[in-house]
Design a protein. Sequence first.
Length: 89
Amino acid sequence: MRPFHLAFPVTDLDTTKSFYVDVLQCDVGRTSDDWIDFDMFGHQVVAHLVDNKEGIETNKVDGDNVPASHFGVILTWDQWHELRDVYKS
């Protein structure tokens, strides 16, 4: 599978960095005051700082408003449990 690049808006780079590094254990690539590159399981995802979330479209999924633009990785159950256990610690 070829790696992909995906950019997404965030309102707090420090919190975003903490989640991607401490919880998901992603490596940090290039950074600036306005964005951070992460290596997410071999893919490049980039958090871009925005002023606010207004204008972000959502859809109802299982009763929750989920941003229409979203992404994730597909893990085996063993990988998911390992990642979950890291988050719990």
